[in-house]
Structure formats: structure tokens, C-alpha cells
Design a protein around this ligand. Structure first.
Ligand SMILES: C[S@@+](CC[C@H](N)C(=O)[O-])C[C@H]1O[C@@H](n2cnc3c(N)ncnc32)[C@H](O)[C@@H]1O
Length: 204
């Protein structure tokens, strides 16, 4: 796969503003679901965020009391993230293995970049105690194949829910709140046939 890191180096300084219509709100929503989707995380639990970008999610997870660490292949992304997160963020590729096991691992908007998904998931499983949380585009990638890969890594419980917040468009608050309220309802996942990612939690 083409090396995308130079692209991220080039936009790192304005990454969140460039990629998200309302970055802080988006990261806050994602952080809430990292805690709540699948086995619930509690204050002090450790989270490793692979391909963490400029650390936007990290700031929100720290605010929720989690012990956040992030790695990214882009040196400039790491430099930007370190301005607010210090040495909680460092350089690391998809084959990164943390010095100690973590309660949860996350990878957002990046799993499709991983060259060998099965090997990646098996490695993450080896150092992750509670759960892996990630998102993906079910219109671009087969949900069945992805779940099979997650199960092959040793996670038996795989929970999916739609993530109903547009990334590049800011909806009026009432509309956004209504979408969040229907997110867990049966059948709402059909919306991801036309828009929105699926959020996955994998655990034992
Ligand atoms: C679409 S961004 C996602 C960033 C952040 N997770 C988010 O959701 O906003 C993809 C990220 O993957 C990182 N990346 C690309 N190739 C990588 C690799 N081989 N190992 C680790 N990170 C990588 C890029 O530097 C970039 O920060």
C-alpha cells in the first residue's frame, strides 16, 4: 500500500480542523463510546490509541479519567499531539507493541491502512486485556470478513453500532441529539448502507 505518512505530515498542523467539521464534539462523542461500547471502561483504565493522529481523542479520554497513550507513524502528527499530551504520545507504526499490557486498544479511521489485518489484530489481542474499539466504513469493506478476522484473533464478543455523527458536516444540535438517541435502536444500522461508519467493540 502507498505510504500515506507524508500526506499526514503535510496536514498535521491543521489536521483536526481540516478533517472534522466540529472536531472537539466528534472526539468527545467517540471518547464516550470508547468507554461505553462493549465492556465498560472505568477511571484509570489504560487505553492505547494506534494511529492517533494529532491526539484529539486523547484529550477527551483524559478528561474522562482514562490513562491515555497514543502512537502514530507521522512525526509531525506526534509533534502536534505532544503540545497538549506531552510524552503520552510517541512515534509508532501499526506493529507497535506497548511496554505493558493495556485495558483497551483503539484504532480510528485507520484500520483500512493496515497491510496485514489478521496479523495486526492478533498482535493487538496479545497485549489488550479488555477490548479493542475501532470504526470502519461498511460500504467500502465487508463487515462479515472483518468480523471473521476479529474472531480469528481470539475475540468472541463482537458488538457493532452505527456512529451517527457526520464527520465533515455540523448538524443543528437538535438533529444531532436526535440521531444519537436512535443510534442503539434495532434497524438503525440500515442507515450505514448510505452513510456513517460502524463502531466495533471486540472483547472476550
Ligand atoms: C485518517 S488519520 C486518523 C487519525 C485519528 N485516528 C483520527 O481518527 O482522526 C490516519 C492516521 O494514520 C497514521 N498512519 C498512517 N500509516 C501508519 C502506520 N503505518 N502506522 C501508524 N500510523 C499510521 C497517519 O499518520 C494518520 O495520523
Amino acid at each position: 500500500m502507498k505510504d500515506v505518512v507524508p500526506k499526514y505530515d503535510a496536514i498535521a498542523e491543521r489536521y483536526s480542523a481540516h478533517d472534522y467539521a466540529d472536531a472537539e464534539r466528534y472526539y468527545a462523542r467517540r471518547a464516550k463510546l470508547v468507554v461505553e461500547h462493549g465492556p465498560r471502561l472505568g477511571a484509570g483504565d489504560s487505553v492505547l490509541d494506534i494511529a492517533c493522529g494529532d491526539g484529539g481523542l486523547g484529550r477527551q479520554l483524559l478528561a474522562l479519567g482514562l490513562d491515555y497513550r497514543g502512537v502514530d507513524a507521522s512525526e509531525v502528527m506526534v509533534e502536534v499531539a505532544r503540545r497538549t499530551l506531552g510524552d503520552r504520545v510517541g512515534p509508532g507504526m501499526f506493529d507497535y507493541v506497548p511496554p505493558a499490557d493495556v485495558d483497551a486498544t483503539t484504532i480510528f479511521r485507520s484500520l483500512y491502512l493496515v497491510p496485514d489485518r489478521r496479523a495486526f489484530l492478533a498482535r493487538v489481542r496479545s497485549f489488550t486485556r479488555r477490548k479493542l474499539v475501532f470504526d470502519f466504513d461498511p460500504r467500502a469493506y465487508s463487515t462479515g470478513e472483518l468480523i471473521a478476522d476479529v474472531r480469528a484473533a481470539g475475540w468472541e464478543r463482537v458488538e457493532l453500532r452505527p456512529f451517527l455523527m457526520p464527520q465533515r458536516v455540523k448538524l443543528p444540535r437538535l438533529v444531532q441529539t436526535a440521531l444519537w438517541s436512535v443510534e442503539p435502536m434495532p434497524g438503525v444500522r440500515l442507515l450505514t448502507r448510505v452513510r456513517f461508519p460502524l463502531l466495533v467493540s471486540a472483547s472476550e
